[in-house]
Design a protein around this ligand. Structure first.
Ligand SMILES: Nc1ncnc2c1ncn2[C@@H]1O[C@H](COP(=O)(O)OP(=O)(O)O)[C@@H](O)[C@H]1O
Ligand SMILES: O=P(O)(O)OC[C@H](O)CO
Length: 495
């Protein structure tokens, strides 16, 4: 009997598999980290074969841990780190090199060259994205430039492109396909046609023959041969999957996922909404042949990664959670503000020339103040994104649903509610990314009847209400804005 749905989350630092029951509760899970490769400053790579082995191992591991087999599964859903770019040989299925990860900034000159002719927003109308190293198209261009043989082979379809969803779908089912949410992060998909766009392909000189077929997010992609032919029935980028798992199915509903970076997505309904304030327009999901649903997104590159930096580079904490113990020892930041622009600032600023600053240092500032400033930096970056959303759209965010590793920090969540001035709610199932992929897969095979049945599964675990006075909020905001201004225009040689 098929009582469960499995979700595979292929993330930036690890791959995990979680099996859910019909109530959306976690039945079993397994997780495995993969190596982060930093061959040069600013470069970040993953070995896609290592990832493929890990994905199989965690899926088997999760099933074994609960004494289940693939026969217990109605479907498998896939969710993944987005934008990370891989090329492989169509005949052998072997990667032509490592995957270039979304955080990698090696394409900054290429992006600068393209932006010098028409500006950073020259493709925004078609694909919803500004020109930035973050997205896949510049990474594909870089790979094709790096090996002169590849362009011709790509034009014949002998070399294939894929993000991590596509890589896993092809390995599992034999089909070269992606979903609309992942395709919407490449800079190559037209937001309205939901297909590859000839003008964008021409601008990046990327052959259509190397690209996967674009399919809905909740859709049967094929049968997973290593798992007894279980249907692979969904694919979504991880941030879109979290929106789905948080049951943000109505326009105006939003979630923020706090991990290595943080990503706030607002459901804007079935027509793409443009942002004049630096937010991305992206596809939220598409269920079968229904119209696609769109989102506005604020992507923040460094939030939890700053806590890791306090741990790994400064050594002032031993575990991420200790940042809270340290921060709780002081009543405020002691006048110190950190802007973690380690690889420039993403939304809403899109400033590749920014670099991190610690502002307001005096002899009074201690490691406790630094810990507090690190948590506050996350909340203020999210504030900037929400501010851009409220200013640029008719929607005034009334509540924020949250998930991800950093939501374990009560101090951060309380401060977040304070600076936003709206309640912040964390659900009982914290694994919303996997849950969203499972939901989308379950819908495609009739395991769940409709999205209303999914909404009924959402339960609040903890809710934070704002308590900060407006004058304190304004004072903190002034300080934050001054610190952000000081982080800009640091890198001199932007092309
Ligand atoms: N208790 C905590 N307080 C603050 N930050 C935390 C805590 N626990 C984990 N983190 C941070 O959260 C991030 C991990 O969250 P996770 O959702 O697993 O991220 P990802 O999916 O991006 O790998 C790490 O960057 C870590 O520093
Ligand atoms: O794998 P995560 O959770 O760090 O998410 C990465 C994002 O999808 C990048 O856009």
């Amino acid at each position: 009997m098929t009582r469960y749905v499995a979700a595979i989350d292929q993330g930036t630092t690890s791959s995990r598999c979680i099996v859910f029951d019909a109530a959306g509760a976690v039945v079993t899970q397994a997780q495995r980290e993969h190596e982060q490769r930093f061959p040069r400053p600013g470069w970040v790579e993953h070995d896609a074969v290592e990832i493929w082995h890990n994905v199989q191992a965690v899926t088997r591991g999760a099933l074994d841990a609960a004494g289940l087999s693939h026969a217990d599964l109605a479907a498998i859903g896939i969710t993944n780190q987005r934008e990370t770019t891989l090329l492989w040989d169509a005949a052998t299925g072997e990667p032509v090199g490592n995957a270039i990860v979304w955080q990698d900034t090696r394409t900054d000159r290429l992006v600068g060259r393209l932006a010098s002719d028409g500006g950073q927003d020259r493709f925004r109308d078609r694909c919803g994205l500004p020109l930035a190293t973050y997205f896949s198209a510049p990474k594909i261009r870089w790979m094709l430039d790096a090996d002169p043989e590849l362009q011709a082979r790509a034009a014949d379809g002998a070399v294939r492109f894929g993000t991590m969803d596509t890589w896993l779908i092809e390995r599992l089912t034999g089909r070269h396909a992606t979903d609309v949410t992942n395709a919407s992060r490449t800079m190559l998909m037209n937001l309205r046609t939901l297909d590859w766009d000839d003008e964008l392909l021409a601008a990046f000189d990327i052959p259509r023959a190397m690209l996967p077929q674009v399919l809905p997010s909740s859709h049967v992609y094929g049968e997973a041969a290593p798992f007894g032919g279980t249907p692979v029935a969904s694919a979504l980028g991880d941030q879109q999957a979290a929106l789905f798992g948080q049951a943000c199915f109505a326009p105006g509903e939003a979630k923020c996922t706090y991990g290595t970076g943080s990503f706030l997505l607002l459901n804007t309904g079935t027509t793409p909404t443009a942002s004049e304030r630096g937010l991305l327009t992206t596809v939220a999901y598409q269920i079968g042949d229904q119209p696609a649903v769109y989102a506005l997104e604020g992507s923040i590159a460094v939030t939890g990664a700053l806590v890791q930096w306090l741990r790994d580079n400064l050594g002032i904490i031993r575990h991420a959670a200790q940042v809270n113990e340290l921060a709780a020892k002081v009543p405020d930041n002691g006048g110190c503000v950190i802007v973690p622009a380690f690889s420039g600032l993403f939304a809403p600023h899109w400033r590749p020339d920014a670099r991190g600053v610690i502002a307001g240092l005096t002899g009074f500032v201690t490691k406790e103040h630094l810990a507090r400033a690190a948590l506050e930096a996350t909340a203020w970056q999210v504030y900037d994104v929400v501010d851009a959303m409220n200013a640029g759209s008719a929607v005034d965010l009334a509540e924020l649903k949250v998930d991800g590793g950093m939501t374990a920090s009560e101090l951060l969540m309380g401060f977040q509610s304070d600076v936003l001035g709206v309640p912040v709610s964390r659900p009982t199932v914290a694994e919303t990314t996997c849950l969203g992929a499972a939901y989308a897969a379950g819908l495609a095979v009739g395991f769940w009847p409709d999205v209303d049945s999914l909404r009924a599964n959402w339960r609040v675990d903890r809710r934070w209400e704002p308590t900060m006075t407006d004058s304190r909020r304004q004072a903190g905001l002034r300080q934050w804005r001054k610190a952000v201004a000081r982080s800009l225009d640091w890198v001199d040689d932007q092309p």
